[in-house]
Design a protein around this ligand. Structure first.
Ligand code: ARG
Length: 583
């Protein structure tokens, strides 16, 4: 049997059984409210809520639970504090045995989801012939971490890169492509000069009436399926996609070309969709435009807000495409959990699309759609992150700079490494620092893009965690050379036992933390956990000799170190951050 190692998971059913024994089966569903605690290993606040439900004093309820609780194999001490809180301390031998079990468990204590589902994650979703900016970085990095976590939990994850590859701008982009010449344009776009290309096209469109006229005619040709126009369009799309792919590769992101489900995919579905909604009466014509009015959305003046299905000129927009996409994801991809990793400014748009899908009967329980929103990236001046000239900062430039700076840091620290090794490590640190900084703050909040802080070896940063991991690897190289082997974990004793115990207890919580990222979609919880883990390890390492300890303690501590190393590496991998063996 694969026993859980996380103390909260182990104790919860014991508390439930005690509650049922004391107050009857109908109360077995009460939440034991087991939490980590500063005062003890854990606390259980169950009595407070249950007391209300039973109409009895909390302290009396707590005493009755305690009388029935059978957990002497897990708990060393229970203290009833205050009006009815339990403070709980775990047995040293239970902790030791659980650590040994965790080390033997290939899933590292990460429980499989009780009900695995098919999950669509819409993430990254940059726009063709437009620069990928820090907002796309956020979507890419957050979405990828969630994809990895959800897959480990046993869900089926379908990545959908909703690339902006369709719409009226393509008229001017294609005309500009013809002006510049295909080869020159491909070269320009291939090296990531997307912003300049788009801007040049835009400028001509705004300033030259004949260019604007050509562009409009080109949109009509594109939508009409003109073969040469489609070919020119695909030149633009392909070169942009290749460029996005090169960024994904540098970032170590799991998105593949096959995950692209761009806006153009839905184009053939838009007219039939509009016809259907018009015919059923779900959508109505207001001011010439065909609109849905999802319930619950009103403008400032109280008028219902429209979701435009078809514009008065017959064209389709972003909303129509999202309606077609949500239906496709539900009906054809058969997903029951739809995640949209998109910036907070699109909250209303997405909420309206979800509500429309609900009222049209497409989105119904158990299926659910969630906007996994995130805040903006700010510069160190706390304003929107822009270059000095006010342009969007190119993602590639950020990655280049992070790697260059990491190389500088590594040059000082790891003198004994070869140039190749150093370049490789600098890459892992630079990219890791950027990704981790993005993931480690509460995603809905804005965060400041500050390379100095991200690359610091102190604090809640990737390099701090990578360094702790590399230090463990170096310890194991030494252990191997000395023939020191890991063995059964023993209950902590002697000097440093407090630190050793704290490290072990923290290690056992990994699986529960990963599971909480599944339910909350908040990767920063995993970051906080890993930072605390690395800190607990450093404290343990200072207080407890490992290789110099006597044989039994050494074998036990090597196991604890092995579990720490694996947990750090696996946790970082779930975040998409590499863990080099040397630093
Ligand atoms: N391409 C859009 C942008 O850059 C993001 C698309 C998000 N996904 C969606 N289904 N609307 O803002």
């Amino acid at each position: 049997m694969n026993l859980a190692v996380d103390p909260e998971t182990v104790l919860a059913p014991r508390f439930r059984a005690a509650i049922a024994a004391a107050f009857g089966e109908e109360h077995r569903d009460a939440d034991p409210m087991l939490r980590a605690s500063d005062r003890a290993d854990l606390q259980a606040n169950v009595a407070m809520g249950l007391a209300k439900r039973l109409g009895q004093p909390p302290r009396k309820v707590a005493e009755a639970i305690q009388a029935k609780l059978e957990a002497s194999d897990v708990l060393e001490r229970i203290e009833l504090a205050g009006p009815g809180f339990f403070n709980l301390w775990l047995r040293g031998d239970w902790l030791a045995a659980a650590a040994s079990r965790a080390l033997a468990d290939a899933r590292a204590g990460v429980p499989l989801a009780a009900e695995p589902s098919r999950i669509v994650i819409d993430y990254s979703s940059p726009n063709v012939a437009k620069e990928m900016h820090v907002g796309h970085l956020r979507s890419t990095v957050i979405g990828d971490a969630l994809a990895r976590v959800l897959e480990l939990r046993g869900h089926t994850v379908i990545r959908q890169n909703h690339v902006g590859d369709w719409g009226t701008p393509f008229g001017m982009l294609i005309e500009h492509l013809l002006d510049v010449g295909e080869d020159a344009a491909t070269r320009e776009l291939g090296v990531g000069e997307l912003g300049a290309f788009y801007k040049a096209a835009r400028k001509k469109f705004d300033e030259a009436p004949d260019f604007a006229a050509r562009s409009r005619a080109r949109v009509v040709a594109l939508q009409g399926g003109d073969a040469e126009t489609r070919r020119l369009w695909s030149v633009l799309v392909d070169v942009s996609k290749r460029y996005f792919g090169s960024i994904y590769e540098r970032l170590g992101v799991t998105l593949r070309p096959g995950d692209v489900a761009g806006e153009s995919l839905y184009d053939p579905r838009l007219a039939p969709l509009a016809d259907e909604l018009r015919a059923s009466g779900a959508a109505t014509v207001t001011d010439g435009a065909l609109c849905l009015f999802p319930p619950g959305f009103a403008a400032k003046d109280g008028a219902p807000l429209p979701l435009i299905v078809q514009k008065s000129d017959g064209g389709f927009g972003y909303a129509t495409t999202d309606l077609a996409a949500i239906r496709y994801r539900l009906d054809e991809l058969r997903a029951t959990r739809l995640l949209y990793v998109v910036g907070a400014p699109q909250a209303q748009h997405l909420a309206m699309v979800f509500e429309a899908a609900r009222s049209l009967g497409w989105l119904r329980p158990p299926a659910q759609a969630t906007h996994v929103a995130f805040g903006s990236v700010l510069g160190t001046d706390k304003r929107m992150f822009k270059t000095r000239s006010g342009d969007t900062v190119r993602l590639v430039d950020l990655i280049d700079e992070a790697e260059a700076r990491a190389r500088g840091v590594i040059e000082e620290k790891a003198r004994e490494l070869s140039d190749d090794e150093r370049a490789e490590i600098a890459r892992a640190i630079g990219v890791g620092a950027i990704k981790y900084a993005d993931l480690s703050s509460d995603r809905v909040k804005d965060y400041v893009f500050d390379l100095d802080r991200m690359l610091s070896f102190d604090g809640n940063t990737a390099p701090y965690l990578q360094y702790a991991h590399a230090r463990l690897c170096s310890m194991f190289r030494k252990a191997d050379a000395e023939g020191a082997a890991a063995g059964p974990v023993l209950a902590a004793s002697g000097d440093g036992a407090v630190k050793e115990r704290a490290l072990v207890l923290h290690l056992l919580r990994f699986g529960a933390v990963v599971a909480s990222v599944d339910s909350t979609l908040e990767p920063h919880k995993l970051c906080t956990y890993l930072h605390e883990l690395a800190t607990a390890f450093m404290a343990f390492y200072e207080a407890c000799p490992v290789l110099k300890a006597d044989e039994e303690a050494r074998a036990s501590r090597l196991s604890i170190c092995a579990l720490t190393r694996r947990t750090l590496r696996q946790g970082l991998a779930l975040l998409g951050v590499e863990a080099p063996e040397k630093m």
